[in-house]
Every structure is written in structure tokens, then in C-alpha cells.
Design a protein around this ligand. Structure first.
Ligand SMILES: C[S@@+](CC[C@H](N)C(=O)[O-])C[C@H]1O[C@@H](n2cnc3c(N)ncnc32)[C@H](O)[C@@H]1O
Length: 259
């Protein structure tokens, strides 16, 4: 099989197939959070680092007004084309989640699968949370999901999954190459084996994530007092089962509310 070095984010169609199939659990959980954790009626939603907008399209179809930003122009083009195809405004823009403003505020924002960890510096992370706080109405929510680095017990080392739609099939594998806790960086390797009726190839990707222990994340949140933590869940997305963060915690979803 031919191997191509590249970034999955530059292949929105394949990205969307791999990550898009899991939308329902996140969608339902987000709606549960909107109902449980704010008095606001949630109508306007913003997704920083929205990528292909796999969740934005579902929320648009459910009647919400949606918008997002992402650094990757190919993802934004894909996202907007799909929104337009379904009769919605092309409301995603190319932009940096560490430095953005919005014209009209939102009731809630969400960022569910580690995209936040693409921000490589503390300054960028603070900038991001401040931008989100500015973009939200008072009482508005920010749902932020990420993997923390556990300080007790081994972290997850690798993950594999596959997805199929019609004649397109993608098998993915992701593994941790290096975890440098001093530099606060996790270097990851990924392969995507892509099968279409016309071609088959392997996409080899590398990616860096900033690391956060529970303590480091708590210290970060302290720098943005505009957002209060109202609850924490994990990636099982069960609204009836909030969690207490401890040294073994890994997949966490923070529910932050604009003061
Ligand atoms: C794992 S994808 C998530 C996309 C989408 N949120 C989802 O749930 O499918 C991460 C996305 O973060 C984007 N990204 C990385 N750094 C960014 C930044 N500083 N500002 C905006 N987007 C960024 C990438 O281009 C990519 O589309």
C-alpha cells in the first residue's frame, strides 16, 4: 500500500468519516449539559477548532444557530459547504482559537475531543479561555473535553478504530511516541489506512499535544476567573454521573460557566 506523509486535518472527508460517526453521544450529552447547568435558553452555539463541523451540522439541523472557527482552511471549506448544502449560513471562519472575537455573543461553546491541547503554550491557553469568556453571555457555558496526564497509573498508550460509509473505509491507529512532562508535550504518531474503490493508501501523520496534569489544569483555570467550574464529567458522557478529579483521572469534560 502506498504511504503518504501528511495531516489528517488536510483530508476533511476522511477526518469526518472517522470522527463523525461518534457524534450522537456528544450531541445528547451537550444538550443534557445545556439543560442542567444554566438557566439560559441555549440558542446560539460556538465551536472553537470546529474542524469539519461534524457536530455543528447536527446542531444546525436541530434548530440551533451555529458558528465556529478553525486554523485549517480545508476543514472550514468542507464545514461551510455542508452547512450551505443543508440550507444554513456558512458560519465557520478560518481563525485561531487563541485569539478571536465574535460580533454577537453565544449562549454556549464546546470543544470536546482534545483540540484544546493543540494550543502549545500557557499564554495561548489563557488567551483561548479569555476569548471564550468574552464570546459568551453571562451564565453561558463552555464544555471542554480533554485527556489529562494521570500522575498515578499508566496513561493510555494507543488507540485503534475504524469507520465505514458506503465504499469508503478508514482504519486508524494512534500511539504515543514521546511524553515529555517537563516540556509539557506529547508527541503522537497516527496512521490512517484509507480504502476507496479507486485508491488505497496509508496516511502517516504526527501531532503534538500540550500535556496537563489535573493540578496544571486547575492552575490554568485560576488565571481565567471569568469562567467558573460547575461540574466535571468523563468521556462516558453520562449526565447523571459527574466525576471527582483525582490522580488517575484521564478523560475529563469540564463544564465552565461565564460569571
Ligand atoms: C481533533 S480536531 C477537532 C475538530 C472538531 N472540533 C471535532 O470535534 O471534530 C482538532 C482541530 O483543531 C484545529 N486547530 C488546531 N489548533 C488550532 C487553533 N490554534 N485555532 C483553531 N483551530 C485549531 C485543527 O485544525 C483541527 O481541525
Amino acid at each position: 500500500m502506498e504511504t503518504v506523509q501528511g495531516h489528517l486535518y488536510d483530508y476533511p472527508k476522511y477526518y469526518d468519516l472517522i470522527f463523525g460517526s461518534d457524534w450522537k453521544a456528544e450531541f445528547d450529552f451537550l444538550e443534557d449539559v445545556f439543560e442542567k447547568h444554566t438557566q439560559r435558553v441555549i440558542e446560539r452555539l460556538f465551536e472553537p477548532a470546529c474542524g469539519t463541523g461534524r457536530l455543528l451540522i447536527k446542531f444546525a439541523q436541530a434548530g440551533y444557530q451555529v458558528a465556529g472557527n478553525d486554523l485549517n482552511p480545508k476543514a472550514i471549506e468542507y464545514c461551510n459547504a455542508r452547512l450551505e448544502r443543508h440550507g444554513f449560513a456558512p458560519s465557520a471562519v478560518v481563525g485561531d482559537m487563541t485569539e478571536f472575537t465574535v460580533r454577537k455573543k453565544f449562549d454556549a461553546a464546546f470543544n470536546t475531543i482534545n483540540s484544546f491541547r493543540h494550543i502549545g503554550t500557557e499564554q495561548g491557553a489563557v488567551g483561548h479561555l479569555k476569548c471564550i469568556a468574552d464570546a459568551l453571555y453571562k451564565g453561558g457555558l463552555y464544555v471542554l473535553g480533554l485527556h489529562l496526564t494521570p500522575t498515578v497509573g499508566p496513561p493510555i498508550q494507543s488507540e485503534s478504530w475504524s469507520a465505514q460509509k458506503g465504499a469508503l473505509c478508514v482504519n486508524s491507529h494512534m500511539w504515543s511516541i514521546e511524553l515529555d512532562l517537563k516540556k509539557r508535550n506529547e508527541h503522537l504518531g497516527m496512521t490512517f489506512d484509507i480504502y476507496t474503490p479507486k485508491k488505497q493508501f496509508r496516511l502517516e501523520d504526527r501531532m503534538d499535544y500540550r500535556t496537563y496534569t489535573a493540578k496544571q489544569f486547575a492552575a490554568l483555570l485560576k488565571k481565567v476567573p471569568e469562567l467558573e467550574t460547575v461540574e466535571v464529567y468523563d468521556f462516558s458522557y453520562n449526565i447523571d454521573e459527574p466525576i471527582e478529579i483525582g490522580p488517575t483521572s484521564e478523560d475529563v469534560v469540564f463544564i465552565l460557566r461565564k460569571r
